[in-house]
Write a protein that binds this ligand. Sequence first.
Ligand code: NAD
Ligand code: GLY
Length: 363
Amino acid sequence: MISLELDLGERSYPIFIGTGLLGRKELISPYIKGKRALIVTNEVVAPLYLEQVKASLDGIECDVIVLPDGEHTKTLDTLTLIYDQLLEQRHERSTTLIALGGGVIGDITGFAAATYQRGVNFIQIPTTLLSQVDSSVGGKTGVNHPLGKNMIGAFYQPQCVIADTDVLASLPKRELQAGLAEVIKYGLIDNLVFFEWLEENIEALLAGDKDLLAEAVRVSCSDKARIVAADEKEGGVRALLNLGHTFGHAIENGMGYGVWLHGEAVATGMVMAADLSARLGYISWQEAARAKTLIARAGLPVVPPENLSAKDFRKLMSFDKKVQGGRVRFVLMREFGHTVIESDFDASLLEQTLEAKEHLCQQ
Ligand code: NAD
Ligand code: GLY
């Protein structure tokens, strides 16, 4: 097992990565402060892993809520179901919420924990590649609004993250691919060595090689922990973790939540960011094409949806959380393997990116 630390002073916490972690009582129990817990999971994950997690909570009075599956359920209505159960079963402030599932479950549970009785402890047990490499780490919690992705939420850190890489074996291939989008993101943000490692290993990762997947989770969590420790509330450098997300969130929302997976939308968003970076002369067209090629090799979409026009994108992107003073800010590649945040550039170049579709990253 690998243990990383997210260093946030008194709110620091460990990220455990390895195999066979789900059933390990000694791993989880130090992070449950009271005598009660509520496991929040969904109808897909519960039949696979709930019993193992419950077994590790021997001695804790443990309730369970099994939610419906899917991004479209990441709403205030679903959150209310969790509050209802907590109140009906008289959970007090000393309770611990345990998120067992992918990013949807993690984000909703974290927000429920942040807000129930003004804040109770929670533990992340991420079960998708995407949630292991990204959403379970760093304390962003929340739900979607019909007008914008993740628009209602809070920064709220878990007590610990338990990423058992064995659970990735049951993940559908499309979900593994979606997780790889966020993995590739770390390479492009500021870790060229990792990007090159991914170029060498992408097919083996797609085939589910356990050791390589564990290494990808380790490097991703280590990079994320470093960035979040430097800027927990996204006043600066943390916004780089949103590479591809301004375009991506527009795709997710514009197509209807759940039609494109989050990772798929981020993948195409990163191709659009690479294209815009090349138009600005920051990276070469060959480098932009190199980013697009790895994303395509991971089985991810590299062409934005035909039915989302440039006008649709502009409207949807105006709801992005990085908008400041009415200006949309983009994470761009200032060099290949080095990103920056910018809003002040020739708008006609953005227009060209929004129009390029299948010609993205081609001069
Ligand atoms: P998800 O939670 O919808 O999970 C994907 C699918 O896999 C679901 O059908 C789920 O039931 C299923 N599943 C989960 N674990 C499984 C397993 N081990 N075996 C088989 N099936 C399994 O999606 P996701 O990709 O994990 O997360 C996407 C969400 O995460 C989005 O809402 C996105 O906004 C959010 N996110 C949040 C952050 C953050 O920092 N908080 C970062 C990135 C993404
Ligand atoms: N997924 C972006 C962040 O955690 O900041």
